[in-house]
Design a protein around this ligand. Structure first.
Ligand SMILES: [Zn+2]
Length: 281
């Protein structure tokens, strides 16, 4: 078949509209608000040009995309810092809402955790889940963090014991940039600080990790888990293992109280339950 000029094959009025300014008043209709979209006319070098005016929905969409893009950049930066460090215990790597085992005493925490995730944009306070070991507190916090991570939010899950080990190791190992970790922990949209109150706090850990992170998280959403009740947690912050004062004025616990609701997880230890089930009486 003989090739032909497609443009010349069109009726004259359509030819004109393709080559010059469109003759119609609207260039489209928004599928969201159904507003007819018009042009803005302006003059360039003596010639009238038409510029498409977009509706608010589209501008709103662009704004949202920009936020998502910023989040992605932040997440990538944080992942760079944490890639080589293993700060999540192996037992919690795959913890999610779907594989959470509900037991008597976990109902409230489970509901609060799901609600916190669903309503993340609007919640103002974080939580401090406390209670005995093996009650599922860490599992739920990890489930929230992984779900938000999958949604594109910059998040971090830090195990306190691993974090404090890292802080101590950073004194002699110049490859560990503890300040970069602290900065990332402050920056993320959600931080989980797991098992706070484990072991003994040292002066160095208090000054380089605990206080800067807890202080920096004011007004941000943070989830803490602890085996200690609030009173014992305050004592944990207040002195090292030799009784040397650290946080005598309760600055850490005050900041946690200011940004978190306290939830006691009443479930008995799953590990203990399993052991009991295996006992022959
Ligand atoms: Zn619209």
């Amino acid at each position: 078949m003989k090739p032909f000029n497609l443009l010349q094959a069109l009726p004259e009025n359509i030819q004109n509209s393709l080559l010059s300014n469109p003759p119609w008043e609207h260039w489209g209709c928004c599928i969201v608000c159904q507003k007819l979209l018009t042009y803005n006319e302006y003059e360039v070098f003596g010639k009238m040009r038409k510029l498409r005016i977009h509706c608010d929905c589209e501008l709103e969409h662009d704004k949202k995309m920009k936020v998502i893009e910023e989040r992605r950049t932040k997440t990538i930066e944080i992942q760079k810092v944490f890639n080589r460090m293993n700060l999540v215990p192996d037992s919690l790597k795959d913890a999610g809402f779907k594989n959470f085992k509900e037991r008597t005493g976990t109902e409230k925490s489970f509901e609060l955790a799901k609600e916190f995730y669903r309503n993340f944009e609007n919640v103002e306070m974080g939580y401090l889940f406390y209670g005995g070991t093996g009650a599922g507190k860490s599992h739920l916090c990890r489930a929230i963090q992984r779900s938000l991570d999958a949604d594109g939010y910059p998040t971090l899950f830090l195990d306190w014991v691993k974090l404090s080990d890292l802080a101590r190791a950073s004194i002699s190992d110049k490859n560990i940039n503890i300040h970069a970790i602290v900065r990332a922990a402050i920056e993320v949209d959600l931080l989980v600080l797991d098992d706070i109150g484990a072991g003994h706090l040292t002066d160095y850990e208090y000054k380089t990790v605990a206080f800067p992170i807890i202080n920096g998280r004011q007004g941000k959403k943070t989830l803490y888990t602890s085996n200690l009740d609030p009173e014992r947690l305050e004592q944990w912050f207040s002195a090292d293992k030799d009784g040397k004062p650290l946080d005598e004025d309760g600055r850490c616990i005050d900041r946690i109280i200011g940004s978190c609701k306290f939830v006691r997880n009443k479930a008995t230890s799953m590990r203990r339950e399993r052991a009991r089930a295996q006992m022959i009486e």
